[in-house]
Unconditional design. Structure first.
Length: 373
C-alpha cells in the first residue's frame, strides 16, 4: 500500500506504524499529521477514498471527522475570550437571554465548554431535519431544564455542545459559527477545514464507512443515555454537509485539523497569524470536572473545551499540559503543550472503539517515541 506525503527522519516510526495499519487492512483511507514547535514534521496519507477502492486518498481529500469538530468550536470560543468579548465565567444568559430560564440562570459559558451544563440531549426526539434547523435546535435547548446540577459533573453533550456554544458565538458576533470559524480561524491559518461544507468541495469528500457489526453495549451502562440521531449514511447526504452542526459535522483531514489546533502548542502563534495569547492557551487547562462521565460512563477530566490527560483516562501522557478529543469512529486530536506538539489522525473507516481505537493509539505512541529518541 503506497504512502504519500512527507515525514522527517525523526518521526520515521510514525510512517512505519501508518504503513502497518494500511497493510493490515485496518485502514481503508486515512491521514496523519504532526506539528512540532509550529512546524509540520509529519504529513502522511494513503489508502482509498471509497469502499470500492477505486479512488485513492489524495493530499486534499476531506472527510467528516465527527466530534473532533468540537475542538474547532472550542477554539472559536477561546478566540473571543482572548479578545475580551466572551467571559468563560459569565452566565450564558448574559449573551443569550432566552437561555436564562428553567433552572439555567446560573449556567456559565465554561459549563457549556466542559459538558457540565446538564444539557446532554434534547427532551424530545430529534430527526436529521431537526439537527439541520438551527433555530429549532437552539430554541428547544433554551427552554429545557438541566438534568443535573450544572457544574457538578460532566455528561458528554454529544450534539448539543456545538449548538450551545455556537449560539453564544452567534449572539456576540452576529455570524454563524461556520462563518466565524472560516473568517477568523481557518482562512488566516490557510487551513482546509470546514464547519458547513461549501458545494465546491464535494468532489474531494471521502464518505465515512460504518463500523462493521453492531456496536457493543456500553459497560458499565451510563447513568444518562443520549440519543444517537445520526448514522454514517446520514453524513453522505448534501443536507448534512451543508448544515452547520458544530459538534459533529466538520470536514477536514489530519493536516488541516493539526494546522488549526497547533495554535495551542505554538503559544498561540502560527506561521501566518497569531490567534491566541499564551494565557488563553493556558485557560484550556482550567479543570472543570474529573470523574466518571454521566453519559459515556468512562473516567474523564475536562478543561475548557477539551478533555485533559489523567490517570485511567483514554489519553494519559507523562506531560500534564496535554488536551485532546476525538470523533466517532476513531479520529483523534492531541495537543501537548509541554512538548510543543500537535498530533492529528483522520480516517474514513469507522470503528467502535472511539478514543481507544488501536489505530490512533499506535500512531500516537510512535509519535511520542520519536520525541524521546
Amino acid at each position: 500500500m503506497d504512502i504519500h506525503g512527507s515525514c522527517s527522519t525523526q518521526f520515521s516510526a510514525v510512517r512505519e506504524a501508518f504503513a502497518d495499519s494500511l497493510r493490515s487492512g485496518r485502514e481503508l483511507g486515512a491521514s496523519v499529521a504532526v506539528f512540532l514547535d509550529g512546524e509540520l514534521v509529519v504529513d502522511l496519507w494513503g489508502g482509498h477514498a471509497d469502499q470500492a477502492r477505486t479512488r485513492p486518498w489524495q493530499r486534499d481529500t476531506l472527510t467528516n471527522v465527527w466530534s473532533t469538530t468540537k475542538t474547532m468550536t472550542a477554539l472559536c470560543a477561546l478566540v473571543l475570550t482572548d479578545r475580551g468579548e466572551l467571559d468563560l465565567t459569565a452566565p450564558v444568559a448574559r449573551y443569550w437571554p432566552e437561555f436564562g430560564s428553567a433552572g439555567k440562570e446560573r449556567v456559565e459559558v465554561g459549563h457549556l465548554l466542559s459538558h457540565t451544563a446538564g444539557l446532554p440531549d434534547w427532551d424530545q426526539p430529534m430527526t436529521l431535519d431537526d439537527l439541520c434547523d438551527w433555530e429549532k435546535a437552539t430554541t428547544l435547548l433554551a427552554r429545557q431544564t438541566p438534568r443535573w446540577e450544572p457544574g457538578t459533573s460532566s455528561g458528554y453533550h454529544r450534539f448539543t455542545h456545538g449548538f450551545l456554544i455556537g449560539e453564544v458565538i452567534r449572539r456576540i458576533c452576529r455570524q454563524s459559527i461556520g462563518a466565524f470559524f472560516a473568517d477568523q480561524i481557518a482562512d488566516p491559518l490557510g487551513a482546509d477545514f470546514h464547519i458547513g461544507l461549501p458545494a465546491e468541495h464535494d468532489h474531494r469528500v471521502s464518505d465515512v464507512i460504518p463500523a462493521p457489526g453492531p456496536a457493543p453495549a456500553p459497560n458499565p451502562q451510563p447513568a444518562i443515555p443520549v440519543g444517537a440521531y445520526v448514522t454514517a449514511q446520514d453524513t453522505w447526504t448534501t443536507q448534512w454537509r451543508r448544515a452547520e452542526i458544530p459538534a459533529a459535522a466538520g470536514y477536514g483531514n489530519a493536516r488541516s485539523v493539526a494546522a488549526v489546533q497547533s495554535v495551542l502548542t505554538s503559544a498561540g502563534r502560527a506561521p501566518s497569524a497569531r490567534l491566541l495569547s499564551e494565557s488563553a492557551c493556558r485557560a484550556v487547562f482550567d479543570e472543570q470536572s474529573h470523574g466518571v462521565d454521566l453519559v459515556l460512563g468512562i473516567p474523564l477530566r475536562f478543561g475548557m473545551g477539551y478533555a485533559l490527560t489523567a490517570e485511567r483516562a483514554p489519553v494519559d501522557t507523562a506531560n500534564r499540559r496535554t488536551c485532546y478529543w476525538g470523533g466517532r469512529g476513531g479520529s483523534l486530536i492531541v495537543n501537548d503543550l509541554d512538548a510543543h506538539m500537535t498530533f492529528a489522525y483522520v480516517m474514513n473507516q469507522m470503528s467502535h472503539q472511539g478514543l481507544a481505537d488501536p489505530r490512533s493509539r499506535a500512531l500516537l505512541q510512535a509519535t511520542y517515541k520519536a520525541l524521546t529518541t
